[in-house]
Ligand binder design. Structure first.
Ligand SMILES: O=P(O)(O)OC[C@H]1O[C@H](OP(=O)(O)OP(=O)(O)O)[C@H](O)[C@@H]1O
Ligand code: HPA
Length: 191
């Protein structure tokens, strides 16, 4: 099948943009971070039969990296709550899918790619508590450093701290693209 000129041009533009971007955290450093994160989760949650919820879409990669490293029985599901929707600043949170596992009395581990302002994870945590979760834990691949966080919201398990810039890769997108990139990348200043 022929790729349209328009798609080919967009693909070339994304390649050109990526070539100008800086890699903040290498793929190797992320593998080290996932391994440490999984070790911490193993220590805290082994024996608790937690429900692990991947926060889609971004949490897909973090969950995929962490789950094979978790060495205890757990149940897995997902939810989709989004507020950036392809943009680089967040708006209102929209639920697209709710978890299909009964959470009453369960320990729940939310897995996401980034804790930025915390609006998403605060709302998801609240939803889980309303659904009867006994305790909600938060694991994120990255935690952005700034003072705009939802008060009281912190990650229990964090891979790497990142500066206050729009980042992508390891599940995080730039206008819907680059989630599949290993490592954490940042746009050139001012773009
Ligand atoms: O801490 P916050 O400021 O709320 O931002 C973090 C959230 O933003 C991203 O999701 P997004 O809304 O982009 O949805 P997506 O994962 O489907 O792209 C990311 O995956 C987190 O869930
Ligand atoms: O810096 C970011 N990059 C990608 N997705 C995000 N969602 C919240 N913050 C970010």
């Amino acid at each position: 099948m022929q790729v349209s000129d328009n798609l080919r041009q967009q693909s070339d533009q994304l390649d050109a943009l990526l070539a100008r971007c800086e890699c903040l955290v290498t793929a190797e450093a992320m593998q080290t971070a996932y391994a440490r994160l999984a070790g911490e989760i193993n220590q805290r949650l082994a024996g608790h039969l937690p429900v692990v919820l991947a926060v889609m879409n971004g949490g897909l990669i973090s969950a995929g990296q962490l789950l094979p490293r978790l060495a205890f029985p757990l149940e897995l599901s997902y939810l989709h709550a989004t507020r950036y929707r392809g943009a680089t600043t967040g708006g209102a949170l929209k639920w697209l899918a709710q978890p299909d596992i009964e959470l009453a009395g369960r320990e729940v581990l939310l897995v996401d790619d980034i804790l930025d302002e915390g609006t998403t994870l605060a709302a998801v945590r609240e939803w889980c508590i309303d659904a009867g979760a006994a305790r909600v834990w938060i694991a994120v691949a990255t935690d952005k450093q700034h003072d705009r966080k939802v008060p009281g919201l912190t990650a229990d398990f964090c891979g790497v701290s990142v500066p206050d810039r729009y980042i992508f890769g390891e599940g995080m997108d730039y206008h819907g693209y680059f989630r599949n990139l290993p490592g954490i990348h940042v746009l050139p200043e001012g773009e």
